[in-house]
Design a protein around this ligand. Sequence first.
Ligand SMILES: NC(=O)c1ccc[n+]([C@@H]2O[C@H](COP(=O)([O-])OP(=O)(O)OC[C@H]3O[C@@H](n4cnc5c(N)ncnc54)[C@H](O)[C@@H]3O)[C@@H](O)[C@H]2O)c1
Length: 419
Amino acid sequence: MNNYINIAIIGFGGRGTGLLQSEILPMCERDIRVVSVCDVYEDRAKRAADIVEKAGYPRPAAFTDYKEAIAVSGLKAVVISSAWESHLEVAMAAMKAGLQAATEVGGAYSVEDCWQLVRTYEETGKHCMLLENCCYGREELSVLNMVRSGLFGTIVHCAGGYHHDLRGEITYGKEERHYRLRNYINRNCENYPTHEFGPIAKVLDINNGNRIMTLNSVASCSKGLHEFVMRGEHKDTPLANVNFYQGDVVTTILKCQCGQTVVLTLDTSMARPYSRGFTIRGTNGFYCEDNYSVFLDEVHDDFIWSQNGMWGNAEEYVEKYKHKIWENYSAHGGHGGMDWLVLSAFFESVRTQTRPPIDTYDTATYMAITALSEQSIALSGATVFFPDFTRGKWYHRNDIEDTMFNLDKLEPFADLYQY
Ligand SMILES: NC(=O)c1ccc[n+]([C@@H]2O[C@H](COP(=O)([O-])OP(=O)(O)OC[C@H]3O[C@@H](n4cnc5c(N)ncnc54)[C@H](O)[C@@H]3O)[C@@H](O)[C@H]2O)c1
């Protein structure tokens, strides 16, 4: 009996292939073994098996049906890097087969799917961890430390966005066999909330002392993709006649039970530079990703701020408040090291049979934003109620442990009426 963590990986587009090459294969030097791989496209499944074999490890079995891939004996976990539509279906099948699941990011298609995910965890004891790598970003981890140290006072408001010009990726979806194109044609929602919301959720103690109560989303008109198509190689193809249903900018407001507001912005189909717009507003100060600044009461003066060229001063604070996770685990690999950390966090939870730091309740909550935003947009921005997937556990969590990659507050929520 060996101590390998045998895994299946589902989905080998750019992300699955990148994770395999840059993170998972180096982790095989320790105790990970890729024993089955799957993609609905046979060539991609075969290419993944080739990559593992060429790296000197036993050739994994290659499948085009995920059910066969997760039925291979001896598996402990599954990593899902397939298209958005398949994430929860594959995760729940894996959990029911006794495997711990980790899924790449993306939103849910229905709130009921999120509830089913939670029920599947409660019935099987197997978690589904959302691989929200941005929770492990260097700056995000330092800011979490600043918040927990009280640097900004009481947190009142947070903002974040997925500002990423994806016009090429979306409109070349047919050639690249990529899932975004069909989503942008057929849906109008906050389709990618978790890169910005994951770190904010940990700052605001969502599901561990706080919860989201309501959501409102409004979508702008859709112009960016069509104009991009008409200027490029696709102008004489059927894509020129497509009315993209997805609005160019989707603005979502969340209201939390502890009073904070959160604004999320999806912004992926017009010209602009990349940013996740991570912004924290506390009573004594703020952090702002877009100009990389920390402003503190009684330290900085708002009038001399710009004259003295103070914008862009955050590095000093990010370094000073370096999170122990960043300090202790040499992060490398994709996206500045956060891909390495999020996968390490998942495998550590499998290894030690502990709750993953982004657990099933978090996964359901973060992913539900997409489904709820679709409802709110369809109702012209109407307020929709946000389900409590913990069913009341959020105010008396007793399963938060001081694990290596834990992101949650450890001290119990100050519930005066607890007895
Ligand atoms: N965390 C990050 O920084 C990051 C970066 C890029 C992509 N992603 C996420 O990774 C995922 C994949 O993105 P991508 O760009 O590689 O997409 P992609 O479309 O290029 O690849 C997805 C692959 O999944 C396969 N697939 C779809 N349904 C399947 C199913 N039921 N069974 C087996 N295979 C299936 C497709 O054939 C395709 O090869 C998405 O969820 C995306 O949001 C995350």
